[in-house]
Design a protein around this ligand. Structure first.
Ligand SMILES: Nc1nc2c(c(=O)[nH]1)N[C@H]1C(S)=C(S)[C@@H](COP(=O)(O)OP(=O)(O)OC[C@H]3O[C@@H](n4cnc5c(=O)[nH]c(N)nc54)[C@H](O)[C@@H]3O)O[C@H]1N2
Ligand SMILES: Nc1nc2c(c(=O)[nH]1)N[C@H]1C(S)=C(S)[C@@H](COP(=O)(O)OP(=O)(O)OC[C@H]3O[C@@H](n4cnc5c(=O)[nH]c(N)nc54)[C@H](O)[C@@H]3O)O[C@H]1N2
Ligand code: SF4
Ligand SMILES: [Mo]
Length: 753
């Protein structure tokens, strides 16, 4: 090793698994020489996936923006931070003063979840802007799970994960952890976790319209028709009732309305749902028998259950089956992580419902979890007489990642002023008036606050800043703080101070609840951290569930202790039962027939009858249902400019079963035209037995075809098409979630013969 090389450890910032890494760096050259899995990381034990190098490729990408830019008649021109921030503060304030707060809109994308500081400051930005037109990737993601957890246990952000280390029986529905590396199931190397279940005599079952990479590892795969999981799970619950297999476990005395639930699921049986779901009655009955016989069973579901016609009902039933079989909040079942910084916040706490508090302007769709569905962006932006005039996007690419993406792109043209906080000029940000680029992971420290709350084994982690950033870049959190301070008419330091004091007050309240004395002065005196966000994290950790209580508990956690730990991640132990203590519903009751679910029953029934009628009349048509898929080298739309990840075979293909391909007249490698009610695309055909008949799969995040982007590898090597152009604004109305799985389309050869 030469004199200027160093070794350091950090957490991989690219997905929820949070694998431990060892970096060899050259400080003089500001280069990362190598990245390997850390064999001593207690969770990942040396494991990494192909994307472990992604954050360095991004750091090195010559097309990454490295200074703020302003759009002019002569193209993008560099602009100073002061000028950019002043213009933004002035323009957004002007729009708000002249046209009201809802003339401003915000869209927040997924990478923000990987940046602790940005998450904290986002709250204050939302308060400063005050708009009801808040959109995020969440409405194309986990909203049903948030609402289910709020409805059942009173916490929007306490979502259970499967206790993989102790379960004997894992059912995985609408998730592909072997590729996605697990979501709301934070575990490095899910494939090995499944193999360990099998090695100790357990079983893994995957229920999915595609025989996924996870299904291949599992012991059994069951095809299910997209959008019908709620019926499958109601029939599952029906069998549990009918066969007297109900066991509410340690939560039995907290359950309300079990009788009404029994009635609600009575009319859905394995026999009468079989035609609708495509799952044979016998297969369902056997599954229920095995699930019930296993000592510890975990029933897990994710995106495929969320972003479909009955996202809320599917996740509601998923949670209820766990509850009614004694597998909720118990070892080996579905459990809750204990994040080291404490609760993620109760969201809509007490009797404040996190839905229906306001509505979209055009079609009156209720907000859920503080957001309007992202697919409504185009119509909201162009709402006649109630237009959005100013838009701020933060780490998001809605033009590719949100249904009606092409229409959203057109709508962006009508804005008076648009600002993006992003690292690339891409399909969305190329429409902006100003782009503010921010530091990337090697240039700032990080704490995986979000993902510590959705892990299969508790941990606390810290990733140090590797290099000093380019002087022309600021951290994302800092930029958000600057914008929100300007929108509130106070200085950034004042605003920062308010946020810090809010957290100090929270620590004092936590101390009182935990039965010890703590003064605000003590917190101010003892807090450590190199940046404001680090100090925020220190306060939260020290007053959190594993905290040192500001010196009272010698062996407790603090940021300093975490920084001194030889690995980037500290083990906080196996998942622990958290209920009933943490139940935050009124009177700590669990209403299994909460209105969130009960109000959706008529819609479920109506659709069931339609589906029964359709099932009787099938065959011979070009009508198919579109679902999505992910690939291990992708991350939504944003890794496509990195050559090592887009080289090789085109991944943006349409997968279809051999029978369907033959009937429709498609050949392997040929082109198919896919037509929906709103658009059409032409896409290469991939014929595979992976697909359930009647279903096609196209990945999202492609469609790098618009002029004005500066992502030459994405545009030339892997342009693809955007499946989101095909998808309309339809919603799972119970949760306000966009339906991107189970979308009706017609498929035909691209060139008529
Ligand atoms: N059809 C279909 N659509 C889907 C899905 C699906 O399964 N099917 N999945 C949905 C899901 S789950 C999600 S989460 C959304 C994702 O939706 P988005 O988050 O809107 O989309 P991404 O493509 O991830 O865009 C990320 C943006 O962040 C920028 N970025 C990346 N890293 C950084 C950084 O460190 N700093 C800053 N400032 N910017 C950064 C990238 O340049 C890019 O512009 O897509 C959803 N869309
Ligand atoms: N490599 C890679 N990893 C990622 C991402 C990525 O883009 N690439 N994105 C990250 C993000 S933002 C997220 S949210 C997570 C998502 O994590 P996962 O949910 O594990 O990811 P998906 O691969 O989208 O899995 C969804 C599955 O649902 C199936 N499905 C579709 N419709 C239905 C249905 O109606 N019923 C059932 N039962 N199944 C259905 C699909 O076939 C697919 O296998 O992944 C994260 N990790
Ligand atoms: S699984 Fe996720 S956290 Fe682990 S190396 Fe791959 S991208 Fe990074
Ligand atoms: Mo996501």
């Amino acid at each position: 090793m030469s004199a200027n090389t160093e070794t350091l450890r950090r957490i991989c910032p690219t997905c929820e698994a949070c694998c431990g890494l060892i970096l060899e760096i050259d400080r003089d050259e500001q280069k990362i020489i190598s990245i390997h899995g850390d064999p001593d990381d207690h969770r990942s034990k040396g494991y990494v996936c192909a994307k472990s190098q992604a954050f360095n490729y991004i750091y090195e990408d010559g097309e990454r923006l490295r200074h703020p830019v302003k759009k002019t008649a002569n193209g993008w021109e560099e602009i100073s931070w002061d000028e950019a921030l002043d213009i933004i503060g002035e323009k957004f304030s002007q729009i708000r003063d002249q046209h009201g707060k809802d003339a401003l809109a915000l869209y927040v994308g997924n990478p923000l979840g990987h940046d602790f500081s940005a998450g904290v400051y986002l709250q204050s930005l939302m308060a400063s802007v005050g708009t009801e037109r808040f959109f995020s990737a969440g409405t194309v993601d986990q909203h049903p799970q948030q609402l289910v957890c709020w409805g059942l246990i009173g916490h929007e952000w306490m979502i259970p994960v499967p206790d993989l280390a102790r379960t004997d029986f894992l059912i995985c529905m609408g998730a592909n952890p072997v590729v996605s590396q697990g979501s709301i199931l934070g575990t490095p190397d899910p494939k090995s976790a499944m193999k360990e279940i099998q090695a100790r005599g357990g079983k893994c079952v995957v229920i999915d319209p595609r025989m996924t990479e996870t299904a291949v590892v599992a012991d059994q795969h069951i095809f299910i028709k997209p959008g019908t999981d709620a019926y499958f799970l109601m029939a599952f619950a029906n069998v549990l009732f009918a066969e007297d297999k109900i066991d509410w476990g340690h939560l039995a005395s907290h359950i309300d309305n079990a009788g009404k639930l029994r009635e609600a699921v009575q009319s859905y049986t394995p026999e009468n749902t079989a035609e609708v779901t495509g799952v044979a009655a016998e297969a369902l009955r056997t599954l229920v028998a095995e699930y019930s016989a296993a000592e510890k069973s975990a029933l897990y579901g994710r995106i495929g259950l969320c972003t479909q016609e009955f996202g809320l009902a599917s996740h509601w039933m998923l949670a209820l089956v766990s509850l009614m079989s004694g597998n909720f909040d118990t070892k080996g079942g579905m459990m809750f992580s204990t994040g080291s910084t404490g609760g993620m916040g109760a969201g809509g706490a007490g009797d404040v419902k996190p839905y229906g508090r306001w509505h979209s302007k055009v079609r009156g769709v209720p907000e859920t979890c503080g957001e309007l569905p992202a697919s409504l962006m185009a119509e909201e932006i162009t709402a006649k007489g109630d237009e959005v005039r100013g838009l701020l996007t933060i780490c998001g690419n809605p033009v590719l990642s949100v249904p009606r993406g092409n229409k959203i792109r057109e709508a962006l043209e009508t804005l008076d002023f648009m600002v993006c906080l992003d690292i690339y000029i891409n399909e969305t940000t190329s429409r902006a008036d100003i782009i503010l680029p921010t530091t990337v992971h090697p240039e700032h420290s990080n704490i995986d606050v979000t993902f510590q709350s959705f892990t299969t084994r508790d941990f606390a982690s810290y990733s140090p800043k590797t290099f000093d950033p380019d002087p022309k870049l600021k951290d994302l959190g800092e930029v958000i703080l600057e914008v929100s301070a300007r929108m509130s008419g106070i200085s950034r330091d004042e605003m920062d101070g308010f946020i810090f004091q809010g957290l100090v007050d929270m620590a004092v309240e936590r101390a009182t609840a935990d039965g010890y004395e703590l003064s605000s002065e003590t917190v101010h005196e003892k807090v450590t951290g190199d940046t404001s966000p680090e100090r925020f994290a220190d306060v939260l950790m020290r007053s959190g569930p594993y905290g040192d209580q500001f010196g009272r508990k010698g062996d407790g956690l603090s940021l300093d202790k975490l920084k001194q730990h030889p690995q980037a991640s500290m083990d906080m132990g196996a998942l622990k039962p958290r209920m009933p203590e943490t139940l935050a519903t009124p009177n700590q009751r669990i209403d299994v027939m909460h209105e969130l679910f009960a109000n959706d029953l008529p819609r479920l029934r109506e659709r069931f009858e339609q589906l029964q009628a359709e099932a009787a009349d099938s065959g011979g048509s070009q009508n198919m249902l579109l679902i999505g898929r992910r690939h291990v080298r992708d991350m939504n739309s944003w890794l496509h400019n990195l050559k090592p990840y887009v080289r090789g075979k085109n991944r943006c293909t349409m997968k279809i079963s051999p029978d369907d391909a033959e009937r429709i007249g498609l050949v392997e490698g040929g082109q198919a035209k896919v037509v929906s009610n709103v658009s059409e695309v032409v896409v290469p055909v991939e014929i595979t037995v992976e697909m359930m008949p009647g279903v096609i799969s196209i990945p999202h995040g492609f469609g790098h075809v618009y002029a004005g982007s500066v992502q030459s590898n994405a545009e030339t090597i892997a342009p693809g098409i955007s499946c989101n152009d095909l998808i309309d604004e339809s919603l799972d109305v119970a949760s306000g979630t966009c339906i991107v799985n189970g979308v009706p389309v017609q498929v035909m050869p691209a060139v008529a013969t």
